[in-house]
Design a protein around this ligand. Structure first.
Ligand code: NDP
Length: 297
């Protein structure tokens, strides 16, 4: 039997519409638009594409977008001075520093300089701490997007067995925390896990965030499980093609024969990340103005 497709693109579109409506109400109530600042250092082509799409999405949602492009040789002092200015600018509700930074800049130092209440990426150590003790803060966009897709598909996650493959600070660990908070029973797997197929086979929910193309095979999946594929990997181009295919960390063809539901790549988790970023920025704006954010965000 073929799994149902979890349409992240459609879900992200509906979230962006809700954000757009809420952004209009916010502008009326606050007398200004919500504002998101994005800082890009250097000319990494993938980062340029991401920053462009974040800028467009922010404008489309009826929010103010402040773009700061700095040369690749920008020193740490200059970057920290910009972050400080953005921290103090009342028109800026959210600050995102596009990663990776050029090698001479220490990412942790820069992220730690962002006011945690404007850290809409949720990467600041204060926000990681807030998530781990169950306080309101900002949660990294990709895992929060995955949780939204899971709740939309499954409703209550209480008591379900979840396996998260990957333990990075930006995806795996916050994902495991969110699932634990949603009362799932969570296993975190990683490169040292013994018998990964056996561990994955126990799971009602599988979240793969590994960065290895098509690693998770269909015969690892428990029949009927819900599979969230975070991976974005480009395969080498086939003969005569300029670009290789984009694939996830899950072998989609075999997994869809066994799973109950699965996210495709592309069109699954990917579109959720920017939609959740806009959502986080708008929540930040409400908090900064002492307003309650709409419950449907
Ligand atoms: P990282 O490289 O930071 O982490 C990868 C994790 O996978 C590590 O914890 C690593 O284990 C684990 N791992 C590596 N090899 C294996 C293996 N053979 N078996 C089990 N576990 C393994 O990656 P990210 O978390 O940043 O990203 C993961 C994937 O998600 C990537 O494909 C990335 O492109 C994608 N991504 C997609 C986003 C989106 O918007 N959809 C956003 C962010 C990421 P260990 O800790 O032991 O080394």
């Amino acid at each position: 039997m073929s799994a149902q497709l979890i349409d992240g693109k459609a879900f992200a579109e509906s979230l962006r519409q809700r954000v757009g409506e809420a952004a209009r109400s916010f502008a009326q109530a606050a007398g200004r638009k919500a504002g998101l600042a994005v800082v890009l250092v250097g000319e990494d082509p993938a980062s340029q594409v991401y920053v462009r799409s974040k800028h467009k999405a922010t404008i489309d949602a009826g929010m103010e977008s402040f773009e700061h492009r700095l040369p690749a040789d920008t020193g740490e002092d200059a970057l920290l001075a910009l972050v400080d200015r953005l921290n103090r600018d009342p028109a800026v509700d959210g600050i995102l520093v596009q990663l990776p930074l050029p090698g001479h800049l220490d990412e942790q130092t820069v992220i730690s300089a962002i006011n945690p209440d404007k850290d809409v990426d949720g990467f600041h150590i204060i926000n990681a701490g807030r998530l781990s003790v169950g306080q309101d803060g900002f949660v990294p966009c990709t895992p929060l997007g995955c949780l939204m897709l899971l709740k939309d598909r499954l409703g209550d996650l209480s008591g379900l067995e979840a396996v998260v493959i990957g333990r990075s600070n930006i995806v795996g660990k916050p994902m495991a925390q969110l699932l634990t908070d949603a009362n799932a029973t969570v296993t975190i797997a990683h490169s040292r896990t013994k018998d990964l197929p056996g561990v994955v086979r126990r799971a009602d929910i599988v979240v793969a965030a590994v960065g290895r193309p098509e690693m998770v095979k269909g015969d690892w999946i428990k029949p009927g499980a819900t599979v969230i594929d975070v991976g974005i990997n480009r395969l080498p181009p086939e003969p005569g093609r300029e670009k290789g295919r984009l694939v996830g960390d899950v072998d989609f063809a075999s997994a869809r024969e066994v799973a109950g539901a699965i996210t495709p790549v592309p069109g699954g988790v990917g579109p959720m990340t920017i939609a959740v970023l806009l959502r986080n920025a708008l929540v930040a704006a409400h908090r900064n103005e002492g307003l309650a954010a709409p419950a449907n965000l």
